[in-house]
Design a protein around this ligand. Structure first.
Ligand code: AMP
Length: 356
């Protein structure tokens, strides 16, 4: 397997905090990063060698970017696949385009996971308003309606308890192609974060207990508790099967609900994940470093814990302003992403505390 030499350029599609933390790890390993993002104020570009600000849809810009990189990866899954397919035979793209096609559609990913024996919430396709009544009957009430594409952090989600105003529900849910899901009665949430090398080797990080507020991750913590610990092995097996089937290279995340009857798959993210930010200090090799190692063909690093007890809290909205005060707590590590404007629900940084 060939290894990318130090000084080579890694292209990163997407310019947010995940790209920023990937670029920091890449720099440590002697690589240069070139960020490609549509927004000018990219927090990843601030720590990278090169920046192309252009639309993901522009085949010319994407092709030109590809000629300047030795490998390309992404930190964001909602990238148009067509321009990437045009460059896929000329450049190493890791992970590839197949996982993007699957992960960009909630319907497609649930069907895909079902083929490998994964349990999901009951779900039904709602391509048009007229299909809504039947879909809600199929999954039962209460239900959750989600936009099939471009949804993240609980955006584009509506809880439905009554089906007496279907037109109003359709409007509230965004009036686009939807998926209806049954509400899963879960006891806890967790994710499997794994890294798969170019030679197929897989390593896992410990699954944390993830707590969401308003659909956004608020806290990841360890120990995750007996329920999650008892369901981790089954969730790992499924996640690894999916990664193998996709010929995946890099860090891959699957989110699960821990229920009384076992793990229920919620969604996948073909990238480093917010519930793995703790790995920067809480594990021997972080998710960011191992992603860079995997896509560059380097040996994978140890994913073992540096501390059995830790918490990672997201800093959301204007809480970032007083964040430095949080450093008074024991072994606390503050990461601020350098975002200018603190909007409601915007991830400004995170704080990891280790208890040794
Ligand atoms: P998602 O964007 O699908 O990750 O959803 C964000 C959060 O909403 C999840 O982490 C859960 O806390 C909650 N959620 C999403 N789908 C369901 C479901 N079918 N049943 C119960 N809770 C859900």
């Amino acid at each position: 397997m060939s290894t990318l030499s130090p000084g080579s350029t890694i292209g990163i599609l997407g310019g947010g905090q995940l790209g920023r933390m990937l670029a920091i790890s890449a720099a440590q390993l002697g690589y240069r990063c070139h960020i490609f993002a549509p927004e000018e104020d990219s927090v990843a570009a601030e720590v990278a060698a090169e920046f192309t600000c252009a639309s993901f849809d522009s085949i010319n810009e994407v092709s030109n970017f590809a000629t300047q990189c030795e490998v390309i990866t992404y930190e964001f899954e909602n990238i148009p696949v067509a321009p990437l397919k045009r460059i896929a035979d000329k450049i190493l793209l890791r992970p590839g385009t197949r996982v993007l096609e699957v992960a960009q559609s909630r319907l497609e990913e649930k069907r895909f996971v079902g083929e490998y024996g994964g349990k999901t919430a009951k779900f039904a396709d709602v391509p048009v308003e007229i299909a809504l009544g039947e879909a809600l009957m199929a999954v039962g009430l209460p239900a959750i309606l989600k936009t099939n594409r471009m949804g993240y952090d609980g955006k584009g989600q509506v809880r439905v308890t009554h089906d007496n105003d279907l037109a109003g529900i359709w409007r509230r849910a965004g009036g686009d192609q939807l998926i209806a899901e049954s509400v899963v009665e879960f006891d806890a949430e967790f994710s499997v974060i794994l890294v798969r090398g170019a030679d197929g080797e897989i390593r896992y990080w410990e699954s944390t207990r993830n707590v969401h507020e308003d659909g956004i991750l608020a806290r990841s913590s360890l120990p995750a508790g007996p329920l999650i610990e008892s369901q981790q092995a089954e969730a790992r097996r499924l996640s690894a099967q999916i990664a193998d089937a996709l010929g995946y290279v890099g860090v891959f995340t699957c989110e699960f609900f821990a229920t009384a009857s076992g793990p229920v798959f919620n969604e996948m993210a073909p990238r480093v994940h917010n519930s793995g930010h703790w790995t920067i200090e809480g594990s021997v090799t972080s998710q960011f470093e191992n992603h860079i190692r995997a896509i560059c063909g380097l040996p994978l690093g140890d994913t073992g814990l540096t501390s059995e007890r830790m918490e990672m809290d997201n800093i959301i909205g204007d809480k970032g302003a007083g964040a430095a005060k949080m450093l008074t707590a024991g072994d606390a590590h503050l990461h601020l992403y350098g975002k200018g404007e603190a909007r409601d629900g915007r991830k400004m940084g995170h704080l990891t505390r280790l208890y040794r």
